[in-house]
Design a protein around this ligand. Structure first.
Ligand code: SAM
Length: 282
């Protein structure tokens, strides 16, 4: 049975609680793929700078902050005046507070909040809103519409929203996600007064792009085998030098693939996860 947004929240309540209980060091709280972070962090930072997104000195909101993966990104790469992490699960909000309690020049604050809520409190709007790996976890049309409407209200004039999407040609339901097609996504975004500024492919193997665009044979099969192979190597007992070597190698392969494909086709056509930048349509 495909999961509802309520199921997904319950999952994350348990998941973040277990992560927190198990963690002995701050590194244990990291929940993302280290390869994905190696590839995505520089790509994301470059994108924000190219588009002159106001992050330094600005107000930044990270929605679905989980254990603080993007909080770390913003603190390591920029100097926002204000950075708020928000997640629907109180269990997650506790984790980044253990991880990144303070940062020089940045006021960091965490809040429990539901982006699909009809009465989400909006104070001063944000110059930059990050909502990574969240929107496809909202399968219900009414909740998704409300999430987009809230994003449109939360973003300052001239501000930007960055979301991670797949944008295949056809919408697709997986157990965990409703992956909206590029057409459906764009139409919904437009209906709340937002528009797409740009789309950048951001990863092949470190996420699961091939899970959304076709059957388990052919190219998708190759991708799954490579992905499994990478995971097997990373799960095997490796000394620190070998682990760093493999992480760098796999990250370099992702970068090479992204660059090679990017020279030949539009980012939107790549079977990759994408960073999608939105802004107000007016
Ligand atoms: C796949 S995790 C992504 C975590 C992090 N943003 C990342 O990219 O690694 C999805 C996160 O979104 C949160 N979430 C799910 N539904 C939400 C909602 N309606 N409002 C706010 N956060 C939500 C979950 O609790 C979880 O922490």
């Amino acid at each position: 049975m495909p999961m509802t947004q309520t199921d997904i929240r319950s999952f994350y309540q348990r998941y973040w609680k277990e992560q927190g209980d198990r963690a002995h060091t701050t590194d244990d709280l990291a929940s993302s793929s280290p390869i994905e972070d190696r590839v995505m962090y520089p790509l994301y930072a470059r994108l924000l700078r190219q588009l002159a997104v106001r992050v330094d000195g600005g107000r930044v909101l990270d929605i679905g902050c989980g254990s603080g993966r993007w909080i770390r990104f913003f603190l390591e790469n920029f100097r926002p005046a204000f950075l708020r992490g928000m997640d629907v699960t109180p269990q997650s909000i506790e984790l980044p507070q253990r991880w990144h309690p303070t940062a020089p020049d940045t006021r960091v604050e965490y809040r429990v909040g539901d982006i699909t809520s009809a009465d989400l409190a909006i104070d001063e709007p944000f110059d930059c809103i990050n909502i990574a790996n969240v929107l496809f976890h909202i399968p219900e049309a009414d909740l998704f519409g409300r999430a987009l409407a809230n994003l449109a209200r939360l973003v300052a004039p001239g501000g930007h929203i960055i979301t991670t999407e797949y944008l295949p040609r056809c919408s697709m339901r997986t157990e965990w996600m409703l992956v909206r097609s590029r057409y459906e996504f764009e139409e919904q975004v437009r209906s709340v007064g937002l528009r797409i500024v740009t789309i950048r492919a951001s990863g092949f193997f470190a996420n699961d792009p091939m899970g959304v665009d076709g059957p388990d044979s052919g190219t998708r099969g190759y991708f799954h085998r490579v992905r499994t192979g990478i995971q097997n190597i990373l799960n095997s007992p490796l000394d620190a030098t070998s682990r760093t070597f493999f992480l760098d190698l796999f990250a370099e392969i992702e970068r090479a693939l992204l660059a090679f494909c990017g020279e030949r086709m539009a980012d939107i056509d790549l079977p990759a996860q994408k960073l999608v930048v939105l802004t107000r349509g007016d």
